[in-house]
Structures are given as structure tokens and as C-alpha cells.
Design a protein around this ligand. Structure first.
Ligand code: TYD
Length: 205
């Protein structure tokens, strides 16, 4: 069986990753592809512990925080991502190790070391990196979702996270300006992913 493809969505909070991911999933399912959608942090016990941290980030050290994200990903890769890729699925994940490098890097951890510690995780076939000015993304979170910012999302912090996302030059990354309209952004994502399927000669039954 032909191995599936790993399609990762990345970007700062408020860029519309999860909406765009669901729209892409629907498009690919319409084409007859088997699609799995997932996210990080996951719903595992590690993921739940991470969500508790949103409220009170000071309750553990940066190293413990980083270790939780990595443990969560280890489980995610072993239990879902690898088996589904082996089954030939298109796996769409909302966040992956670029988020760890950007967010925990912004918090003060060494980015190169973060990438090394994530080397157990399969390299994505494509990373859709949604870009946006942090001021705009924060306004979207406040007005659009009616949510307060969590500890990972404060403006200065988010600027520093955005700068790290900007610095990545991995060949699998495609940057798309998320401040364009929803449909226009989705159009560009579909075009990038369709090009990838062609390039990999990946046909959905
Ligand atoms: P988010 O995608 O907002 O999750 P949800 O909407 O399901 O609550 O991610 C939660 C936060 O976690 C977000 O601010 C980014 C942060 N994060 C990290 O700091 N490191 C990581 O490795 C990941 C995956 C997320």
C-alpha cells in the first residue's frame, strides 16, 4: 500500500488554522481521499495537562512544559499519525513540532535543540504556514471568538512566536497570508495541496 501524506497546519493563534483545515478535509474527501483530521495538543492525559497550563503557566518549569508537548507528540505519532500514514490516509494536523520550536523557543528554550528532540516525528510532506500580523490575530481572537487570551497568547509573546515562524526555511513550508478572505486563503491551500498530490503521484481511489 502507498504511504499516506502528512499535511500540517501551523501559525500563530487566531489565523484560522482549524477552519481552513476542516475546509481542506471536506475538499479532499469530496475527491474520494481517506482523510484523518487531528490536532495538538491532543486529548491525551499529556494534552489535558497542557490545557491546564493555559490557565496557569507558572505551575511548571519551561523544561517540564517542553517535555509535556514532546510526550504528547510521541503518543500522537505512535498511536495515530504513523499507523494512519501506513494505511495510506491523508493526515491533517492542526499544529506539530514547528509550534513547539516557535512557542517554546519564544519562551526561552533553544530552538535547534527542540528540533533535535523532535526528530522521532515524521517530517511533514507539506506545512501550510498561515501568516498574519499578531495585532490582527489577537483582535480576531478577542472579537471573533469572544475569548480572553490564554497564557500562550499575550501580544509580546505572540510577536516573538511570529518572528520564529518567519525564520523557518524548511523546504516543506508554504507560507500563505491568512489576512486575505477565508475563501481566498482556502483556494491557495487547495492549490498547494493539489500540487503536492500531483508531485507525489498520489491518487485517491
Ligand atoms: P491551539 O491550537 O490554540 O489549541 P486549542 O485551540 O485546541 O486550544 O493551541 C494551544 C496553545 O498551545 C497555542 O497557544 C500554542 C500552544 N502550543 C505550544 O506552545 N507548543 C506546542 O508544541 C503546541 C502544539 C502548541
Amino acid at each position: 500500500m502507498k504511504r499516506g501524506l502528512l499535511i500540517v497546519f501551523e501559525g500563530i493563534d487566531g489565523t484560522g488554522k482549524s477552519t481552513q483545515l476542516q475546509l481542506l478535509a471536506a475538499f479532499l474527501r469530496d475527491r474520494g481521499c481517506r482523510v484523518i483530521t487531528t490536532r495538538e495538543p491532543t486529548d491525551s492525559s499529556f494534552g489535558r495537562r497542557i490545557r491546564e497550563l493555559y490557565v496557569d503557566r507558572g505551575s511548571c518549569t519551561l523544561e517540564e512544559e517542553l517535555e509535556l508537548f514532546i510526550q504528547d507528540r510521541r503518543l500522537h505519532v505512535r498511536e495515530l499519525i504513523e499507523p494512519q500514514l501506513a494505511e495510506g490516509a491523508l493526515v491533517l494536523t492542526d499544529r506539530y513540532y514547528f509550534s513547539t520550536a516557535a512557542y517554546q523557543g519564544a519562551a526561552g528554550m533553544d530552538m535547534d535543540e527542540i528540533f533535535v528532540r523532535n526528530s522521532f516525528a515524521p517530517v511533514p510532506d507539506i506545512v501550510i504556514l498561515l501568516t498574519m500580523d499578531p495585532e490582527v490575530s489577537i483582535a480576531r481572537i478577542r472579537e471573533g471568538r469572544g475569548e480572553e487570551l490564554n497564557d500562550f497568547e499575550q501580544l509580546d509573546q505572540l510577536r516573538s512566536v511570529a518572528a520564529r515562524f518567519d525564520s523557518f526555511s524548511n523546504p516543506c513550508i508554504r507560507r500563505i497570508d491568512a489576512s486575505a478572505g477565508l475563501d481566498q486563503v482556502q483556494e491557495q491551500i487547495r492549490s498547494e495541496v493539489s500540487a503536492l498530490l500531483d508531485e507525489k503521484e498520489f491518487t485517491c481511489p
